[in-house]
Design a protein around this ligand. Structure first.
Ligand code: 13P
Length: 252
C-alpha cells in the first residue's frame, strides 16, 4: 500500500542538544496523540543522527540523513558514507534536494551514484525534484521535472525504484512562504505518477509515495494532503517546531 509520509528536513539548523530536544518533543507528542497511519521521518544533520536515533522510539520515528557521499569509502575528507549513516540506525536519506543541486553542484550523475549506494546499504532514498520559478513561468515545469526523474530514478530497476520515496519541491515555494496551490501540487503529482506508470507500470505508480515540499505549514497541510496524488510532505521550517510539525502530521 502507498505510504503516507510526513518528513521533516531540519537543514543546517539546531545543535546536537537542541536537535535531541526537538526529536524527543516530536516523539512524545506522536506517542501521546498518535500519527494514525502516517510514517514520520526526521531529516537531521549528520552530527545528530546517533543521538536522535537514541533519543526517540524508532518504532514511531524514522531518522534520515540529508545527504550522503557519492563514494562508498576512502580518501574523501569530510564526506559521510551510506554505511556510516546506516550504522547510526537511520533508515532514510534525502537525496537531490534543490539546495544541494544549486549550491553544491549536485548533478544527476552524482545523484545516480548516491542512489545506488543508498539502496545497496538498505537506506530509503527520499528523492527530491522540482523546478525553479523561471521554468514554472515558462510553462515547461511538467517536462522539466519528469526529465529530472528520467535522468536519475528512472534509470533504476523496477525493484529498486519501488524502494524510492519522491518529494516534489518547487524551488519557488521553498522557504518563501509561497506554497504551491492545492491544484498546482495535484497537477504535478499526477503528472509524475503518470510518467512513473508509463515507465514502470500502473501498479508501481500507484504504490509510489509522492510528497509535497515548499512552505507547507499547519494551515495549508490539510488542503495539500487532501489531493489524491499527494501522499504527505517534506517539511522545512515548520519541522523545527514540534507543535507545528505534529499539526502537519495530523493534517490527514
Ligand atoms: P520549507 O518548508 O521551509 O519551505 O522547506 C521545504 C524544503 O525544502 C524541505 O526539504
Amino acid at each position: 500500500m502507498r505510504q503516507k509520509i510526513v518528513a521533516g528536513n531540519w537543514k543546517c539548523n539546531t545543535n546536537v542538544q537542541e536537535g535531541v530536544e526537538l526529536a524527543k518533543a516530536v516523539d512524545s507528542i506522536v506517542a501521546e496523540k498518535g500519527a494514525d497511519d502516517v510514517t514520520v521521518v526526521l531529516g537531521v544533520p549528520f552530527t545528530h543522527l546517533t543521538s536522535v536515533v537514541d533519543a526517540v522510539n524508532i518504532d514511531r520515528i524514522n531518522v534520515s540523513s540529508q545527504n550522503c557521499a557519492a563514494e562508498a569509502k576512502g580518501a574523501y575528507t569530510g564526506e559521510v558514507s551510506v554505511n556510516m549513516v546506516k550504522s547510526t540506525g537511520a533508515t532514510h536519506v534525502i537525496l537531490g534536494h534543490s539546495e544541494r543541486r544549486e549550491y553544491y553542484g549536485e548533478t544527476s550523475e552524482i545523484l545516480n551514484k548516491k542512489l545506488a549506494l543508498a539502496l545497496e546499504a538498505g537506506l530509503t532514498p527520499i528523492y527530491c525534484c522540482g523546478e525553479a520559478l523561471e521554468i514554472r513561468e515558462a510553462g515547461t515545469h511538467n517536462e522539466f521535472v519528469v526529465k529530472q526523474l528520467e535522468e536519475t530514478i528512472f534509470q533504476l530497476s523496477a525493484d529498486d525504484f519501488k524502494k524510492i520515496v519522491i518529494a516534489y519541491e518547487p524551488i519557488w515555494a521553498i522557504g518563501t512562504g509561497v506554497t504551491a496551490s492545492s491544484d498546482q501540487a495535484q497537477d504535478m503529482h499526477a503528472n509524475l505518477r503518470s510518467a512513473i506508470a508509463a515507465k514502470f507500470g500502473e501498479e508501481i505508480a500507484e504504490e509510489t509515495s509522492i510528497l509535497y515540499g515548499g512552505s507547507c505549514n499547519p494551515k495549508n497541510a490539510s488542503e495539500l494532503f487532501a489531493n489524491k496524488d499527494v501522499d504527505g510532505g517534506l517539511i522545512g521550517g515548520a519541522s523545527l517546531k514540534a507543535e507545528d510539525f505534529i499539526e502537519i502530521i495530523n493534517a490527514y
